[in-house]
Unconditional design. Structure first.
Length: 90
């Protein structure tokens, strides 16, 4: 009978753990702190205007064009975009 009580106690503790964890994640989200940088697990994707690839904003190559921040998947795509823009502008 004591083994049955032990198993029930373990199940109850596990269910309480899952309940508390679910409540914490509901209110504070799935966040991890790394130094001064906060990682939420949900990051905005941005579209490269040259190759139309979607990349996480934090890993994108970014530059300001006409007062607007533009994101590229790589420096090479940025260079190609810049060359094409020069051709169009004359």
């Amino acid at each position: 009978m004591s083994i049955l009580r032990f198993i029930v106690a373990v199940v109850v503790v596990y269910l309480l753990y899952k309940l508390v964890r679910g409540i914490v994640l509901l209110f504070w989200g799935n966040r991890a702190h790394t130094g001064n940088r906060e990682i939420t697990g949900r990051e905005d994707l941005v579209e490269d205007p040259w190759c139309h690839t979607y990349i996480p904003q934090s890993s994108a190559y970014q530059t300001v064009i006409d007062g607007k921040t533009v994101y590229f998947c790589s420096r090479d795509c940025y260079k190609k975009f810049k060359e094409e823009r020069k051709k169009r502008q004359g």
